[in-house]
Design a binder for this molecule. Structure first.
Ligand code: KIV
Ligand code: NA
Length: 278
């Protein structure tokens, strides 16, 4: 497989080939995602919720993003890796934003960054693109602004909201973004934005007419403890149940002295060269 890049992603939009994106935060999950054939991996700041145990994305730091992005980047060869700029690291002066973005690209080893917001972040997006950094936008429900929005609410419902979203999407395109995530946006509004833009839209809870889809790894695979699945998520595997039953069996077998068994055991007299693998 040829390495994915932003030119190929734009071409896929033109050809009507859906883009597949999944989040990943570490080496094994990124490896599995690449093996499954995803086009791009997003090292999302959803990391805060699904891996670090925070109740929002706000506590996630630039250091957290660099650390996890680096693990993902080490795992893949052809998959395009995009990493999220965390809360409050790309506002204020463009210079400060650029220095933070530079760290995530250099130290995190990603190929592009994602930022939440519309026209108001266009100057930063433009500066990034001029510096050679591809930018993915993110509109609709932008979790870093949850306290400003007032909750995890569906966006683009009224004609005014829809118009504002479209204007923001166009501002991002004009600033040079190569794609834009639409999160929790009504099907109609997401379809309209998708039609009006020349860059791909990647939906999550934004209907079936976006140019691509993204899901959070732990949501799609139910890799968590007892969370109720969200309406916009489909459970493609129930990894949580598998892990729970595997670990319970391990506990039982150790308590019963069934594990380790003879085949897992080394004996000095019989084996001249001890080896890790059977
Ligand atoms: O952090 C994340 O996982 C995201 C996706 C939901 C788009 O931003
Ligand atoms: Na995010």
């Amino acid at each position: 497989r040829k390495p994915m890049n932003i030119l190929r992603m734009k071409k896929m939009k033109q050809e009507g080939i859906p883009l597949t994106v999944i989040t990943a935060y570490d080496y094994p999950s990124a490896k599995l995602a690449e093996e499954a054939g995803v086009d791009a991996i997003l090292v999302g700041d959803s990391l805060g919720n699904v891996v670090l145990g925070y109740d929002s994305t706000l506590p996630v730091t630039l250091e957290d993003m660099i650390y996890h992005s680096r693990a993902v980047a080490r795992a893949v060869t052809t998959t395009f890796v995009v990493a999220d700029m965390p809360f409050m690291t790309y506002h204020g002066s463009v210079d400060t934003a650029l220095s933070n973005i530079g760290r995530l690209m250099r130290e995190g080893g990603c190929k592009a960054v994602k930022m939440e917001g519309g026209a108001e972040i266009a100057p930063v997006v433009e500066a990034c693109v001029k510096a050679g950094v591809p930018v993915m936008g993110h509109l609709g429900l932008t979790p870093q602004s949850v306290n400003q929005i007032g909750g995890y609410l569906v966006q683009g419902k009224t004609p005014e909201q829809a118009e504002k979203l479209l204007a923001d999407a166009k501002a991002l395109e004009k600033a040079g973004a190569f794609a834009v995530v639409l999160e929790l946006v009504t099907d109609e509004t997401a379809a309209k934005i998708t039609e009006e833009l020349s860059i791909p839209t990647i939906g999550i809870g934004a209907g079936n007419r976006c140019d691509g889809q993204v899901l959070v790894f732990h949501d799609a695979l139910q890799y968590s403890s007892g969370e109720r699945p969200k309406k916009f998520v489909k459970t493609y595997a129930n990894v949580g149940d598998q892990i729970r039953s595997g670990l319970s069996q391990y506990v039982e077998e150790v308590k019963a002295r069934q594990f380790p068994a003879e085949e897992n055991t080394f004996h000095g007299e019989r084996e001249t060269v001890g080896s890790l693998y059977g």
